[in-house]
Design a protein around this ligand. Structure first.
Ligand code: NDP
Length: 399
């Protein structure tokens, strides 16, 4: 039994709050706080048990410390934006509270995600006897845990991993992003990057692609991208020779994105507009559909998993571990589409692991450093079942 503070009342925050509310035996009291209190109140009104809500500026350590001291949570689940990771970690250190997030810190003015800023908190969390669990969404998150599980149960040595993220959902809008548009577009317009033989290799944005046939979705174009879990997996999965990340995009999405890029709407540097400074990408976010509003319109499935090749008992082996999630079922259960659902549910499962002290040690950890078995057991029961199958060989497009 314990108190949890959820920060961020967006698409993911809504799912996290719904799911925490379903487990009163673990989360006896819930406070949902965000920049806009009315969004917290709206989520609270959808629940069958009462929770507290509050306004907070998560960029302001003093504001966070005041809120944490008042509510006295055991754990803070950070599902605000990556820009707030460090201020929230600072506030957790100052108040002696454990921390969990789903995305690594990004400076506002550089579209670059790296763990170095958060890994630099290792000593301070360890000394304070506090735990920070980083990247506990789906990818990063479950994909890291899938890899750790394959490492523990299916391989003696993993040589390569390919993370495959397919969204077969259709929301009917000409263009919309499935999670925060600013974060999503910064990620998609960045150069591709993968790890091979001890070095990082860059590719022009979305220039490497193949067709892959996804169970539950069908054939889709997959694009090589850099994704933040590659950095920690390359460090933590010993002996890994290659790690790549692939995501599906429709031609329609890419054509819109190209046009927006060509006219400068994806820029993240401030420009002068009528005597005011505005960031084009932030303005674009303001006029695009709110990802939290896509839920009732989205039909189809997501399929996210990891294909690993390596050896077991001296024999070459390929294994594919994945989850398939249905957008409409997510809406029926927690009023969300599957992208927010597949992020929010793992965050809650990670929080359960920490509250029950199954995952509890002082320091800063990426999730592949923690025991994957109890996490994956609870994940299935919380709405994200998964399966693992052996493949006869690597799919040719990934070989
Ligand atoms: P949204 O934009 O929908 O929600 C973010 C929320 O944070 C909003 O409610 C926003 O407030 C609030 N917020 C922003 N700045 C502040 C601040 N300074 N103080 C307090 N609250 C603030 O994003 P999502 O829900 O889609 O994403 C949430 C997080 O999940 C992001 O970090 C994203 O990168 C991550 N993510 C991780 C994934 C994974 O698989 N690991 C996949 C998808 C997302 P307001 O409502 O006022 O704007």
């Amino acid at each position: 039994m314990g108190r949890v503070l959820i920060l961020g009342a967006g698409g993911v925050g809504g799912v996290v709050t719904h799911k925490c509310a379903q487990v009163p035996e673990v989360f006896s009291e819930i406070l949902l706080a965000s920049r806009t209190k009315s969004k917290c109140d709206k989520i609270a009104s959808e629940l069958s048990r009462p929770i507290k809500t509050a306004q907070v500026d998560a960029d302001n350590v003093g504001d966070l410390v005041r809120l944490i001291k008042e509510f006295k949570p055991e754990l803070v689940i950070n599902v605000a934006l990556p820009y707030q990771d460090l201020t929230i970690m600072d506030a957790c250190l100052e108040t002696g509270v454990h921390y969990l997030d789903t995305a690594n810190y990004e400076p506002l003015d550089t579209a670059k995600f790296e763990y170095k800023w958060q890994w630099a908190y290792q000593e301070r969390f360890a000394k304070a006897g506090l735990m920070a669990t980083l990247g506990c969404g789906f990818d990063p998150g479950v994909t890291n845990i899938f890899t750790a599980y394959l490492q523990k149960k299916h391989f003696d040595h993993i040589e390569t991993i390919d993370i495959l993220d397919a969204n077969g959902g259709d929301h009917g809008y000409p263009f919309a992003t499935n999670f925060n548009p600013e974060i999503n577009i910064r990620e998609v317009t960045a150069k591709g990057k993968y790890f091979a033989y001890g070095a990082w290799h860059e590719t022009p944005p979305l220039s490497v692609h193949h067709t892959f046939n996804f169970e539950g979705i069908g054939p889709r174009e997959i694009y090589l991208m850099y994704h933040e879990e590659l950095e920690s997996l390359a460090k933590n999965i010993k002996g890994l020779k290659r790690a790549r990340f692939w995501m599906t995009f429709s031609q329609n999405y890419l054509s819109h994105l190209k046009a927006l890029e060509n006219v400068g709407m994806t820029r993240i540097d401030p420009i002068d507009f009528n005597g005011q400074k505005i960031v084009p990408l932030q303005f674009l976010k303001a006029i695009l559909p709110d990802p939290a509003s896509l839920g009732p319109r989205t039909k189809g499935k997501t399929n996210i998993g990891v294909i690993a090749q390596g050896t077991k008992d001296g024999k070459y082996k390929v294994a594919y571990i994945k989850n398939i999630c249905d957008h409409e079922s997510c809406w029926d259960e927690v009023k969300s589409q599957a992208i927010s659902y597949t992020t929010g549910v793992p965050a809650v499962v990670g929080a359960i692991m920490m509250m029950k002290k199954i995952w509890m040690k002082p320091g800063v950890f990426n999730v592949e450093e923690l025991d994957p078995v109890p996490f994956l057991e609870v994940l299935s029961n919380m709405g994200l079942p998964w399966d693992v199958v052996e493949l006869p060989a690597m799919p040719p497009v990934l070989a």
